[in-house]
Ligand binder design. Sequence first.
Ligand code: ZN
Length: 498
Amino acid sequence: MKLVIAQLQHETNTFSPVPTPWESFGGADGPYLGRAAYDAMRGTRLPMAAFIHLAEAAGAEIVTPYAAWANPSGPVDGAAFDRFCDLLCEAVAKGCDGVCLDLHGAMVVADRTDDGEGTLLERLRRVAPHVPVAVSLDLHANVTEHMVSLATIVTGYKTYPHVDQYESGHLAGTLLLRTLRGEIKPVMAWGNRPLLSQTLKQNTNEGPNRAFVEAALEAERNGLLAATAFSGFQQADIRDAGISVVTVADGDAAKARTECERILDVAWARKEEFIYRGEPLEAALLRAKKTADAVGGPVLLLDHADNCASGANQDTMFVLREALRLGLTGIAVGPVRDPEAVAAMIAAGVGASITLDVGGKMDMPAIGRKGEPLRLTGVVRAITDGEYTVTGPQFTGMRCHMGRTAVLDTGDAEIVVIERNQEPWDRGVFTSVGIDPTTKRFLLLKSRMYFRPVFLPIAKDHVFCDAPGVGTSDWTAFEYRKLRRPIYPLDEFAAGHR
Ligand SMILES: [Zn+2]
């Protein structure tokens, strides 16, 4: 048996000004190709690692054309996408018994397609119309009917924060092997509802999204081979953004359809609960200050609209500017992407006093804002290569590359400034530059959800700080043109609408 196994993951924020060239994927040197892809993925907790384990246990010959994961950002470069398609098709065209793909499901490609995964599968089908293809997707996939029609098996993560990537790959891979052995005949159903759920309400440990995912788990307990409740990725102006469900049954198409609709109805019935209601920034920061004055720190200040994991620039300074104006002290900020500021601090050297513009270097035309740097004076506390290994509960063992990194200490705030976008998904963003996050009064994090497993255990409290950014949870900030309408909450629906 011969299996082709590859990873191509990108969550595209079509409103993001951050470009996504070939070099954005993979490690410091770009996408992992061939044997390097196998070496980079084997032993991780990612879906591709599960595919590799299963293939090895089955004694299969393994071909790994690439492993390519990029931070969320603007549309993927068209030529880079073509190269990924070609590499996969070349590997598959040499002959194989099955294909396992570790994809995201919300990839948009500049000048090519709004349905990156659908188009990748379409090109794959031109060289391999009948080979079984198993696909694992992210919970934030904007799954299309086209994508599902071209795959044999589709599964997805059931947790957000994502801690079950391996399990999703393991389920898809196991079903593929059972298909190849003739034990099952997978049939799938796909469906969606016109609901743009908001990322802050997608935590699968509580509220409506827990119920949505629980409905999928129940379908699996009721005998489906797989069922996934996708939250979708809504910072994308494409027709099919929003929630969707994919079910996989053994030969029984009617059962797959019935369960798919039942799971979707669970989410639609609670649509109001998927909407986040914010508060003015000043009120949030004063509440955080009161808490820190009363019980100490750290209190988390969550600058969720500038979270690079939603494709944001990760360089807005609105929350820090307001926090300093309101007299907050003992703040660690991390990380802010600003290669220019890093270069200036490296030129000044550790221990030097420096006045410079930090952040705000990128305009955000999609939300009508120019970049607004913050002029700061401080001491350069540290300069590092920005590398660390994740020790936390998700992405464990992954090597992270923030690019050259410098810390500016203004007295009231220590700001970690980096060259490459990096979500604060591990304490390593602070500890690698000599900051102990447990000793700070405030941690200003460009984070929306990943602070939960990592920083919540050491925090006294956490406060969502609403500020401008292309990762905002306020959909009215965007001008959607391609999105299907009507859709909730942008449009009203009559009671009983289904
Ligand atoms: Zn995700």
